[in-house]
Design a protein around this ligand. Structure first.
Ligand SMILES: Nc1ncnc2c1ncn2[C@@H]1O[C@H](COP(=O)(O)OP(=O)(O)OP(=O)(O)O)[C@@H](O)[C@H]1O
Ligand SMILES: [Mg+2]
Length: 489
């Protein structure tokens, strides 16, 4: 699994959250609307019920009057012929009061409905118990009194119905006002939710523009530059979202590509130098051998003259250059075997001392863990030899602060790093990038091939060589080599 796939999916998460927030706002508006509609419906039902109650009150009052009209009819005719009609109207009046009683709620209206019921019943009672017996007994002198007695409850019913009507009217107005209040509140909440959702949608749009379009545009520009051959093209996008991850992966890819391209250029440069040089070197090698042989014979037979010694020395220099060139030009074939690092290094140090090359320089092998690596013993030895040679040269420089060289090694994961440090004059920053160029040298007797050969051999192992300034003065050369054969993995 790559680093990119482990990244938190923050852009997707943010988009989902933003849309969820917009949906929540719409949901809230919907809920508020539904609750408000339910409350408005309840209030409107209450208004309708109160209207019915008012009608029931008016109907009861009308029936009280109707009942009285039929009572008055009997009084005017002064007989019982109309009683049959009266019975029907009285029954209707009783039904009207019962209906009113059913329609009202609340202590006040119930008490008023009860009063209306009692008054209509009282009017009926007076007709039956007082008017009809008086007609039977033909007591005509009581007509006015009986009129008054039967009309009295009706007047009271009308008055009480007026009060009841006003009470119900107030309650109905309050319910209507409540419905209107709920409607207004719902309107405000819904408008606010929609406005917020619109603002949020605009913010989400802006965020998408910033967090998606811009990185995508930067990625497109980077890809176009890279496609046009600009290996320095980088997106340089910070952050930890998916697009930042993609941009960082693109930057890593571009850096790897640039490094590979540089290595390819270096390799092809070395190859073309190598082709010419190896041809020349091959041709020169034999005549040089012949010349060296004759010079040596002449030194032995003609006496050891200074001029002959110088000629032999120069021929040896030429042979060293030719050997180096051939080494550099030859394709490196790594014959891997198990190599113990510690003896390889101590051996290289001893050989340098035996040849007298490190005379006057104290080389200390600081050591490291016992390490076995899969490498080509001869070629690795050559790498260490070249770097040791440089360090010894630097330690001998008059500008050196100490004539010492320290060798150490350590394991870094699946790699071994050998470091060779000196207290020599160090490397000037401006020449640091050129050190590995073939024939680059600052030494009077140098050939400028040691580092180029060392790097080519180390890279053939899947490793590398690097030089860096040492803290406190001097130079530190580092060779890294994988412990196992990278091809075999
Ligand atoms: N330890 C070091 N301290 C200072 N300069 C160094 C060191 N190692 C290498 N250099 C610089 O790098 C240059 C190139 O080194 P390289 O080993 O390739 O060639 P050389 O030592 O000059 O010749 P030769 O081919 O004989 O080794 C040196 O001339 C020197 O300027
Ligand atoms: Mg050298």
């Amino acid at each position: 699994m790559t680093a990119t796939s482990r990244r938190p999916r923050t852009t997707a998460k943010r988009i989902v959250l933003a849309f969820a927030a917009v949906l929540v706002l719409f949901g809230l508006a919907l809920v508020v609307m539904l609750v408000s509609l339910a409350e408005i419906a309840t209030a409107e039902r209450e208004v309708a019920r109160l209207d019915h109650a008012k009608h029931a009150g008016h109907h009861a009052a009308a029936m009280a009057r109707e009942q009285y009209i039929h009572q008055a009819h009997s009084l005017l005719e002064w007989n019982e012929r109309h009683v049959e009609h009266y019975e029907a109207v009285a029954a209707e009046a009783r039904a009207a009061t019962a209906h009113l009683r059913m329609m009202v709620t609340g202590a006040g209206p119930i008490a008023q409905a009860d009063q209306i019921e009692q008054l209509i019943a009282e009017s009926d009672r007076r007709f039956r118990d007082e008017v009809l017996p008086a007609i039977h007994a033909d007591q005509r002198d009581r007509i006015s009194e009986l009129h008054r007695r039967t009309e009295e409850p009706v007047a009271e019913v009308v008055a009480i119905n007026g009060t009841l009507n006003r009470t119900l009217e107030r309650a109905s107005d309050a319910a209507a006002a409540r419905a209107e209040g709920i409607r207004g509140r719902a309107r405000v909440v819904v408008v606010a939710c929609f406005a917020l959702a619109i603002v949020l949608a605009i913010a989400v749009g802006g965020y998408l523009l910033r967090s998606i379009s811009r990185p995508v545009a930067a990625l497109t520009r980077g890809a176009e530059r890279l496609g046009a051959g600009d290996l320095d093209a980088r997106i340089g996008l910070g952050g930890d979202d998916e697009l930042a991850g993609l941009a960082q992966a693109f930057d890593r890819m571009a850096a790897d590509l640039a490094a590979r391209q540089a290595a390819l250029v270096e390799a092809s440069r070395l190859a073309s130098i190598g082709q010419v040089a190896s041809g020349v070197a091959h041709e020169i090698n034999n005549p040089l051998g012949v010349m060296l042989g004759y010079v040596q014979i002449m030194r032995r037979s003609d006496g050891d003259r200074e001029e002959l010694r110088i000629i032999e020395d120069e021929i040896r220099q030429c042979k060293a250059i030719v050997a180096g060139l051939l080494e550099l030009a030859r394709p490196v074939v790594v014959a891997r075997a198990e190599v113990e690092l510690a003896p390889l290094i101590t051996d290289a140090v001893e050989r340098l001392a035996d040849s007298g090359q490190s005379a006057g320089v104290a080389i200390t092998v600081a050591g490291g863990p016992a390490t076995t690596i899969a490498a080509d013993d001869r070629k690795l030895r050559q790498v260490v030899h070249n770097l040791l040679g440089n360090a010894v040269e630097a330690a001998r420089d008059p500008a050196a602060s100490a004539s010492t060289v320290e060798v150490a090694w350590r394991s870094i994961g699946a790699t071994v790093e050998v470091s060779i440090a000196d207290r020599g004059p160090g490397v000037a920053a401006d020449v640091l990038p050129r050190l590995f160029e073939p024939f680059f040298t600052t030494r009077a007797r140098g050939h400028g091939l040691g580092l180029a050969i060392a790097r080519s051999l180390a890279r053939a192992h899947g490793g590398d060589v690097a030089l860096a300034p040492r803290e406190g003065g001097g130079t530190i050369a580092r060779v890294t080599v994988p412990c196992a054969d990278p091809e075999a993995r």
